[in-house]
Design a protein around this ligand. Sequence first.
Ligand code: FMN
Length: 344
Amino acid sequence: MFSIIRPFIFNLDPEMAHDLAIKSLKLNLIPNNIFQIKDEDKLETKVFGQKIRNPIGLAAGFDKSAEVYNSFFKLGFGFVEVGTITPRRQLGNPKPRVFRLEKDKALINRLGFNNHGLDLIIKRISKNPPKEMLGINIGPNSDTKDKSDDFVECLSKIHKFANYLTINISSPNTVGLRDFHEKKSLDFLLNKIFKLKIPKPICLKISPDIDYKDVSQIIELAKKFNINGLIISNTTIENREELKDTKKSEEGGLSGQPLKHVSTKMIKEFYKGTNKKITIIGVGGVDSGESAFEKISAGASAIQLYTGMIFRGPTIARDIKNELISILKRENIKNVSDAVGLNT
Ligand SMILES: Cc1cc2nc3c(=O)[nH]c(=O)nc-3n(C[C@H](O)[C@H](O)[C@H](O)COP(=O)(O)O)c2cc1C
């Protein structure tokens, strides 16, 4: 079905297609349970000590302002991360700012945290309780001087509505944000955050464009502050040389296929370096059971995806679940949690 309508959707500007998708999902027409599948109990697992039906999550950036997360549970996702949410409403960068690289099964975006702002989103979530695990991803406004203040404000106000929270220091589209990967700045930020004593799991979302020195320093701080999770990874500003699509030189973060192996390699590094003690959520180029299994066997307890859904359509969670179950059966693995880190 999606392969029939895909050419029409791909004729639209990517951001317009996205807005149309949000509008359709808001109509709430998806029946309950049609995206659940046989043997799904093989995929039931836990992240941060909380049970999820399956480890396939929607990555941050699709439902930026928390408008349609419950529809994604109906589409068969095991968890959804909304955001990035900033304290104040923000329009983001001038359009066009999202580009489809069809030949590379990739996207480039330079949206710049367009979202409806903290207070309105809090009202929205409080009126529409999430049916399953909801992660809330937060970040700073582009014009805030001390960006750590914005993380503190968001966390203090929104934490009670989340099952877990993600500190996003890795978007390439907010000037200076990635500087938080540097040891001194990250220590300063985490100090402020953990002083708040937020009674919810806290994750750090990481850039794939860091070097090995940064990896070991982040691991050191993750252990120091007892961070609950690492989300690996955000989009990359590198890896353009091999791309085929003419839009490859657009400025912004690259996601999808060209990011797949880069993020998987980084997951392995962090899994080994944290002695398997910190939950890892693997993101980057997941679009099939095979690519989900690669991330899980590299050390991810769960995966998230965004770009894969643009190319495979709204049934992707169900399709990946079926494919993943076949792989588990083929490999004689009883439950998906037994596959975590198998290939490290
Ligand atoms: C259009 C678009 C917008 C995004 N916005 C955000 C965002 O607001 N916050 C964030 O943490 N990640 C954002 N991301 C990054 C994704 O969450 C994910 O980390 C990245 O795209 C890699 O996964 P994928 O290859 O499955 O897309 C965005 C990605 C895309 C394609």
